[in-house]
Ligand binder design. Structure first.
Ligand code: GDG
Length: 492
């Protein structure tokens, strides 16, 4: 089983004198103003939890967008500072963007073009010339930020996600012999029929093929990528090695399913604070005396939130005896509100909640409680343990960490998971009740099945899923990628 210490040992033993650089849009530490004082907090999310210990061990460099309102105050003239602030171990180099650049690079090309394109979620991607130009410009800015730091040294670089498709190519052009690059793509990769509509498709593929290693969550996404390459790029595809070969360069294409910090979450379950948190949530959200069906998502049109509310509606239509006894508690962090589609979705969800509550409410009880608030992982762990059924209804999702965190948090082996078959997580968590969120009847049947599991059935399924996640944890994910990355040799 992989641990944080194994990762640290791996990097210490194999890295030698080379540099280790992570490049991501998201930074690991953010500085913000709060009542006139500057506060620093670690960003939430699996990638930061997995990579922060590695960076601390190898004293690497993390290049990211400084998006906090007090970030400039805490960085030097080159945007650099040592983190974590209380025990500085590695360098965070912030790059800056104007509001307009952020609008066009982050909200525009990344999230209005590449995000819907990759998720095949029936939202039309928007390709704006200005967004694409800024996307190129910001990718170049990230490249320069890395190159400034390496001097004449050699470095292993690990790039994260769809914001930085062009970065590998720019980097290799600037320093062809000094860099070995891996890239992890956190979202699905669309099939050719979808991908081919992207006007900048060729440039994006050229960018990604400059990587030495390119990772996706599942083999299905790797195959989609290889099919697209096969049709769009002149090259040789070595199916046995799962590699794309062009001239003397090859890019290995590999599946690496990301996961949750299983042990860390299990430790949080044991903290005495959990009980207190649970009591306060029960009284704050009126959760007493009923079974809880829980949803936790960023409010995003790929997560199938309206589909979940409609499945609950049908469940109550078909089983009115559940009224007053079961509730659907949906926690949703509002994101990307700048984008019109997200605003529309928020309005649609509000209207649906109101409609379903109006239809089924009885004295003092309503079926849907929607909470738009951000919780810390410790709080989420307490919340996961309050839920009889966890429901993930994503229409398409690279992995879905919420499903894995729920399983990791159910040390008591209680609780059941209803999981969309269109998530990467469904490939590993086969003991969940798998549903198609587009099929309302099947979805509501799935909820009914999960609510009615015997204790034995529930325990058996949860135990099996926990065994899978205990081994396939977040450190295994990063360990596998870093081992492969560090096994490449630099060109002479
Ligand atoms: C993308 C891909 C892939 C913390 N507080 C809250 C909250 N969190 C954390 C959760 C979880 C994370 O946010 C959400 O991760 P997901 O994997 O579910 O979804 P995306 O944000 O879409 O992530 C996805 C992931 O990258 C990693 O590769 O799995 O497929 O789309 O860790 O603990 N989440 C919510 N409320 C909070 O208050 N909803």
């Amino acid at each position: 089983m992989w641990t944080a210490d194994d990762l640290k040992d791996l990097v210490r033993e194999r890295l030698g004198d080379y540099l280790f650089i992570v490049v991501a849009n998201r930074q690991p530490y953010v500085h913000t103003f709060n009542k006139g004082k500057i506060e620093c907090r670690r960003s939430v999310g699996g990638v930061v939890s997995a990579l922060d210990p590695v960076m601390q061990a190898c004293q690497g460099l993390w290049v990211a967008h400084g998006n906090g309102d007090a970030d400039k105050q805490r960085a030097d003239a080159q945007g650099k500072l040592k983190v974590p602030p209380e025990d500085p171990r590695y360098v965070l180099k912030r790059i800056w963007m104007t509001k307009k650049e952020e609008e066009e690079f982050y909200y525009g090309y990344s999230n209005e073009a590449l995000w819907p394109l990759s998720h095949t979620a029936f939202r039309r991607p928007v390709f704006e010339k200005g967004d694409w130009e800024t996307y190129q410009k910001i990718n170049e800015r990230f490249a320069r930020a890395v190159i400034e730091e390496i001097g004449d040294k050699k470095a292993f670089v690990w790039i994260q996600d769809y914001h930085l498709c062009l970065l590998p190519k720019y980097l290799k052009e600037l320093a062809p012999k000094q860099l070995i690059i891996a890239h992890f793509w956190h979202i699905p990769w669309a099939n050719y029929e979808i991908f081919r509509i992207c006007p900048q498709g060729k440039e994006i593929l050229e960018g990604l093929l400059a990587n030495d290693l390119l990772g996706f969550h599942t083999r299905y996404h790797c195959n989609n990528f290889l099919d697209v390459i096969d049709r769009e790029v002149e090259c040789k595809i070595d199916r046995e090695k799962q590699a794309v070969v062009r001239g003397d360069h090859q890019t290995l294409i590999r599946p690496y399913p990301i996961s949750a910090d299983f042990e860390g979450i299990n430790r949080m379950v044991d903290e005495p604070q959990r009980g207190t948190l649970q009591e306060s949530f029960i009284s704050e959200y009126n959760l007493q005396d009923q079974k809880i069906i829980l949803g936790v998502d960023r409010i995003d049109y790929t997560k199938g939130i309206p589909e979940k509310i409609l499945a609950i509606d049908m469940l109550l239509d078909n089983h009115p005896e559940l009224k007053g006894k079961v509730m659907f508690w949906q926690i949703g962090v509002v994101t990307r509100l700048h984008i019109a589609e997200y605003k529309k979705l928020n309005d649609e969800i509000n209207a649906l909640v109101e409609q379903v509550n109006w239809k089924h409410a009885t004295d003092g009880w309503k079926p849907v409680v929607l909470v738009r608030r951000q919780f810390f992982l410790k709080e989420l762990v307490a919340i996961y343990n309050l839920a009889d059924v966890m429901v993930v209804g994503a229409l398409h999702d690279g992995m879905n960490l919420v499903a894995k965190e729920y399983v990791a948090a159910r040390k008591d082996e209680k609780g059941a998971l209803v999981l969309s078959q269109f998530t990467g997580a469904a490939r590993e968590l086969t003991e969940a009740v798998l549903i198609n969120p587009y099929d309302r009847e099947q979805f509501s049947e799935g909820l009914w099945t999960a609510l009615n599991f015997t204790e034995e059935e529930r325990g058996k399924r949860m135990r099996k899923m926990r065994e899978v996640l205990k081994v396939n944890n977040i450190f295994r994910w990063s360990g596998k990628i870093i081992s492969e990355l560090l096994s490449f040799e630099f060109k002479e």
